[in-house]
Design a protein around this ligand. Structure first.
Ligand code: TYD
Ligand code: MG
Length: 450
């Protein structure tokens, strides 16, 4: 009897190989390959695609994308100004972060506006969804629920009901019978997404797909689908902190710079319209090792607190940790401090933390990290009404950063009265009643501590 053919897929990025490999050549992750049966090509043929002829670009009518506003402003902004009709949106995130809650809240807002919406869950029974919905408050509109995992049935239902919006929660529970692999495998996840894509485009229905990010196990991650969908949103946050950030990492209909900030409360997600205030809650006043910086999240400045703790090490190798920012960058900045300012940090443990659980990886954070390290090392606090930002180069020079003015304005709004910033950036800012302290090199900031 002929042996059943199998292939190996990387669960993280979908890399395909005929043999098992320890490390994926595509995404360099270890131990991510799983064996799956080869999908027969006949099963992959999609119905409903019409043959089309090429058209002249000049003849193509440029129609503005039609958009539906969800009414959740943070969500609409991340989508690029509402939901584009006929788009396929992937909402990824760790299990339990609040994806189902967000999409159920979106469904509520839309159904309240008499928009026909179908929420399909493969993870929860109708009863469970009802319990969640009751927690979120009153649903005025008509919301259609379906608990189903068989994609053929889902397709039939969608074609029959013709809703305007469909939510698929989650793609890892959906399966198509013809494909021999288990639900959640790379082939299932890809095929089912492909079918949903054709449905969305063919019927002009906007479809939201939930994809769990999985660290281990046999479930394919949302990365496998990123190239297939129009928009990829990630819902992030520390599971212990209450705030959540919705970030667009790909958007065919808008900017990928936008973020939406939410807080998970007892009765669902609440929009956070002033993230700076939220992030600075509980900041200590006048403590060494704590500084505030302005970070750009897309076009939005957010003030965050950066903390450092520098202390004598008890080990042969000093311990260094960086929570919320790049570990290697912290090491580099410490090396710059050692070399350019002659500060002995090699025998010191260093713990750096971006308070509030935000993750920031922009160079403008450099100055704040350096200031926090110096402040903790010297055990002297900085003026609590001052913020700082700026990129630091290897010679210790403080380099200009983008959108300096927005950062300064945000500092003013939040009641800060002085900003330490690169001299080059200072020169671009006119008329502000905030005190601007321009620096060219980190040698100048050491004076602030003497
Ligand atoms: P959920 O939306 O189920 O996460 P996901 O779909 O991404 O797996 O979110 C579940 C978590 O959110 C759970 O830990 C409980 C919490 N939660 C609240 O704190 N308040 C609420 O109103 C709801 C509905 C959930
Ligand atoms: Mg869920």
């Amino acid at each position: 009897m002929a042996k059943n053919k199998t292939v190996f897929f990387c669960r993280e990025c979908g890399y395909e190989s005929t043999k098992w490999m320890g490390q994926c050549p595509g995404c360099k992750q270890w131990d991510t390959f799983t064996e799956e049966p080869v999908v027969k090509k006949t099963a992959m043929r999609q119905p409903g695609i019409t043959r089309t002829e090429p058209e002249l670009l000049s003849k193509v009518a440029a129609v503005e994308d039609q958009r539906l506003l969800t009414g959740i402003q943070e969500f609409d902004r991340v989508l690029g100004g509402g939901i584009v009709i006929g788009s396929l949106v992937l909402v990824g995130g760790d299990p339990g972060i609040g994806k189902s809650t967000l999409l159920l809240q979106m469904s509520r807002e839309l159904s309240d506006k008499q928009i026909k919406i179908l929420y399909i869950s493969g993870e929860e029974s109708l009863k469970q969804i009802k319990i969640r919905a009751d927690r979120l408050g009153v649903f005025h509109g008509e919301l259609l629920l379906l608990s189903e995992t068989n994609l053929d049935n889902i397709e039939d239902t969608i074609r029959k009901l013709m809703p305007q919006i469909v939510v698929i929660d989650s793609i890892q529970t959906m399966y198509k019978e013809e494909i021999g692999a288990a639900p959640g495998s790379v082939s299932q996840v890809r095929e089912t997404t492909g079918i949903l894509m054709h449905l969305a485009k063919g019927l002009e229905i906007s479809i939201f797909i939930v994809g769990h990010v999985t660290k281990e196990g046999v479930v394919a991650g949302p990365k496998v689908l990123e190239h297939m969908v129009d928009t990829v949103l990630y819902f992030e946050g520390e599971s212990k902190a209450s705030y959540r950030i919705l970030r667009a990492v790909k958007n065919r209909f808008g900017s990928t710079n936008e973020i939406g900030v939410f807080e998970m409360r007892e009765k669902g997600l609440v929009e956070v319209t002033n993230p700076s205030e939220f992030m600075l809650q509980g900041k200590p006043e006048g403590e060494p090792g704590s500084v505030v910086t302005a970070s750009m999240e897309g076009t939005r400045p957010i003030l965050v607190e950066v903390q450092a703790l520098i202390c004598q090490t008890n080990f042969n190798m000093p311990r260094r940790t960086a929570a919320g920012t790049d570990y290697n960058r912290v090491n580099l900045l410490m090396a710059v401090l050692e070399k350019r300012l002659g500060i002995q940090l090699s025998g010191m443990d260093a713990y750096i933390n971006v308070a509030g659980g935000m993750k920031i990886n922009e160079p403008a954070l450099d100055l704040a990290i350096v200031m926090a390290i110096l402040s903790s090392y010297k055990n002297r606090s900085l003026d609590s009404r001052t913020i700082c930002f700026g990129e630091i180069g290897l010679t210790g020079e403080v380099r200009a950063v983008n959108m300096a003015e927005q950062r300064v304005i945000e500092a003013g709004k939040m009641g800060f009265n002085a900003v330490l910033l690169p001299q080059m950036s200072k020169e671009t800012i006119s008329n502000t009643n905030i005190k601007l302290i321009g620096v060219r090199n980190i040698r100048e900031i050491i004076k602030l501590f003497s």
